[in-house]
Design a protein around this ligand. Structure first.
Ligand code: F6P
Length: 547
């Protein structure tokens, strides 16, 4: 079905006019205090496991009303229903994008039987590795080396870091993704043949990096006395034939309707299941499913993925913000920015609509970030006083959860709890500083101990002024656990889909990664042989320099 693209809607024109009249000068501080007649429609939205504080978002009642109107005009509810029903929403590849089916209860969605059979198969194996059941997997496994890249790496890597307090204490999970052999070599230095299980994760089982790492790992295994590749190597893939040709007999399958960057819920989640066990893996799926239900059923105005997806469109197309900083104030979520980066930028970094027509408006922003408070000592200077406004997304987790171990005495525990309070206070303070800034007058009234005595106080005050009116969004979890992690990731998935639906683009293909891959294959023989005949001049010169 054809839907209106955002720029063809009446709401888009109204938003453009509204932005010209009010948006340009919209000041967060006035919106929040309601002293210019605009009132924040809603200070927050409560969704499963996630509360979103919208009080520092740079829009007002009227903006949101127009964005919601645009969502209706673009047929967002119908597009969402088509996604969840399993229609072929990935038009260019003629595929569904049914990652939601992977976390649905039995018999609730299309493909339920095969999904649950594959899930059970994977969970039995995961629990056997955890329980050292030698008849299912090699006995005495202590290390798992997970080889994959992109969507076959970032999800498990992120989730295992996030769920560290829930992981098996005697199992170490190592990740190898880069073609740079240094990464694999450094992991191989730490593991032993007899006690290592390799997981080769690749939807296609053709990806250059993954295949090269897998072949090198296999050679290392054989060269060091390993005998049973079929027991020490398993694969998570849709291409069972290629895995078999590699020498792997135990494969955990999934399907072409699972996009790589949406695949951590499928058997690509095997390392997560090994790390946390089947009970917690199912909890993660249940958290994601709760968010799916919210997305499917809550009216658009209170539907968190919808509201955040619309915010992304407002910021990108009207406020013209080019990037978004993710600042999770939780060490466990340190890999989340990289995960959301692929999810957002590979999904929505497109310049033509579903019909291939060139777009006249911007799509994906740049996603980047770092865990707090580390980022405060690196790039927050620019966020506060730089020449560009970058919306910041704070993620705060109310209760800490430290893995129990005997060396944590009651006093140390109390100190760690206090550190958590400092962490949260930092997150809130940064959002407050971005919003309110600091005026020249305030700065003049302060004593700056490190200021040079030879510089005039007015000059120092100008350096110490913060413009404020810098927007942020704060997402709050009560605790970081499998359920809340599942809900959080599903929130970002649906939010990404919402903006793609408004922009009229296909969030589920990734043709933009192909050209570089193809050219690499063409250049590689010249890199090896030194014969650059037929190679484009600038690349030929660089190859000559690199040899
Ligand atoms: O970089 C492109 C891409 O296809 C991603 O979409 C995907 O997550 C990654 O490569 C890995 O692909 P595969 O799982 O097929 O090895």
């Amino acid at each position: 079905m054809n839907h209106l693209r955002c720029d063809q809607t009446q709401a888009w024109s109204a938003l453009s006019e509204y932005h010209a009249l009010h948006g340009e000068g919209m000041d967060l501080r006035h919106v929040a205090t309601n002293d210019d007649g605009h009132q924040q429609q809603q200070a927050g939205i409560e969704a499963p496991e996630v509360f979103a504080d919208l009080s520092r978002v740079q829009w007002d009642d009227q903006t949101l009303a127009l964005l919601l109107k645009m969502a209706e005009e673009c047929g967002l509810p119908a597009q969402r229903d088509a996604l969840l029903r399993g229609d072929l929403v990935n038009l260019t590849e003629g595929r569904a994008a049914l990652h939601t089916a992977l976390r649905a209860p039995e018999r609730a969605t299309p493909h339920s039987k095969q999904v649950h059979d594959a899930l059970d198969h994977m969970l039995v194996f995961a629990d056997a590795v955890r329980g050292n059941q030698g008849h299912v997997c090699p006995p005495g496994i202590t290390d798992i080396v997970h080889i994959g890249i992109g969507g076959s790496d970032l999800g498990p890597r992120m989730a295992i870091a996030a769920l560290e307090p829930f992981t098996h204490p005697a199992l170490s999970i190592h990740f190898v993704s880069n073609i740079d052999g240094q990464e694999l070599a450094s992991v191989l230095r730490k593991v032993q043949v007899a006690s290592t299980l390799f997981i080769v994760a690749s939807k296609t089982f053709t990806t250059q990096e993954t295949m090269a790492n897998a072949h090198t790992a296999k050679q290392w295994f054989l060269d060091n006395g390993g005998q049973d590749v079929s027991r020490h190597f398993v694969a998570t893939t849709t291409n069972v034939q290629a895995a078999t040709a590699f020498g792997i007999t135990r494969t955990f399958g999934f399907w072409d309707w699972v996009g790589g960057r949406f695949s951590m819920w499928s058997t690509v989640g095997l390392p997560i299941a090994i790390a946390v066990g089947s009970r917690f893996f199912k909890e993660m799926l249940a958290g994601a499913h709760a968010m799916d239900r919210h997305f499917a059923s809550v009216p658009l105005s209170h539907n968190l993925p919808v509201v955040l997806g619309l915010l992304d469109v407002w910021y990108r197309n009207f406020k013209r913000y080019t990037s978004r900083c993710l600042a999770p104030y939780h060490h466990g979520l340190r890999s989340l920015p990289a995960y959301i980066q692929q999810l957002t930028m590979e999904s929505n970094g497109k310049s033509v609509d579903q019909q291939g027509v060139a777009l006249s408006y911007a799509t994906s922003d740049v996603i980047w970030g770092e865990a707090g408070t580390t980022g405060q000592h690196a790039f927050f200077q620019m966020l506060h006083q730089g020449s560009e406004v970058i919306p910041v997304e704070f993620l705060l987790v109310k209760r800490p959860r430290h893995r129990d171990h005997v060396s944590l005495t009651p006093t140390v525990r109390a100190m760690l709890t206090q550190q958590h309070q400092i962490l949260l206070a930092n997150g809130v303070a940064q959002a407050e500083a971005l919003m309110w800034g600091k005026s020249f007058t305030q700065s003049m009234n302060e004593h700056a101990p490190t200021a040079s005595p030879t510089i005039a106080p007015e000059v120092i005050a100008r350096h110490r002024t913060f413009p404020g009116n810098r927007p942020s969004l704060t997402l709050v979890l009560n605790e970081l656990n499998p359920r809340s992690l599942g809900a959080l990731v599903a929130l970002y998935e649906h939010r990404t889909f919402v903006s793609s639906a408004i922009w009229g683009i296909n969030a589920f293909d990734q043709w933009g990664v192909e050209l570089g891959k193809a050219l690499c294959n063409e250049l590689l023989p010249s890199m090896v042989s030194g014969n650059t005949d037929g190679i484009e001049a600038t690349s030929a010169a660089m190859l000559a320099r690199l040899r």
